[in-house]
Design a protein around this ligand. Structure first.
Ligand code: FE2
Length: 160
């Protein structure tokens, strides 16, 4: 990845590698956002009233994080890739079974995807820590903290 001038004092090589990691997480985040919306739109069942708005709060929170991740990549002199076609070929998330309607099945499917999303975040955070970029590490920590909480909401709903 070509790196442009940046206000960051980090060496060019580090910035290129961090921007690449951020783009991988952006692909996952944009994919997850679309999948959450599919769940938000198609959910049916006795728990509709609870989960339809809850899924929307996840989507809103994720959209803000995706924006921060994209802008951090560009701040470091990289680019932010995010078209639907790019996301489809770069996301590590499995495709969402779009015919699903049952409320708790959506909760289970999203919980699995939150795990995958969080694993990617933690891996990238570790890789970025090596470069000493605490600012990007903090940004990813904010995402991990918030999505671990969202994941807890889903897991708690699946408990019997
Ligand atoms: Fe909506």
């Amino acid at each position: 990845m070509t790196v442009y001038k940046s206000p960051s004092p980090l060496p060019e090589k580090a910035r290129a590698s961090i921007a690449e990691a951020l783009n991988a997480r952006l692909a996952d985040g944009l994919d997850l956002h679309a999948q959450i919306k599919v769940a938000h739109w198609n959910i049916k069942g006795p728990h509709f009233a609870a989960f339809h708005p809850l899924f929307e709060t996840f989507a809103v929170s994720l959209a803000a994080h995706n924006d921060s991740i994209a802008e951090r990549a560009v701040t470091l002199g990289g680019k932010a890739y995010g078209t639907a076609r790019h996301v489809a070929s770069h996301s590590r998330l499995p495709e969402y079974p779009q015919d699903t309607t049952r409320d708790l099945e959506h909760v289970r499917l999203l919980a699995e995807r939150f795990d995958t999303f969080l694993t990617g975040m933690r891996e990238s955070r570790e890789a970025i820590e090596v470069h000493g970029d605490t600012d990007t590490v903090d940004l990813l920590t904010a995402v991990v903290t918030e999505f671990e909480k969202h994941s807890w909401f889903l897991r708690a709903s699946l408990e019997s």
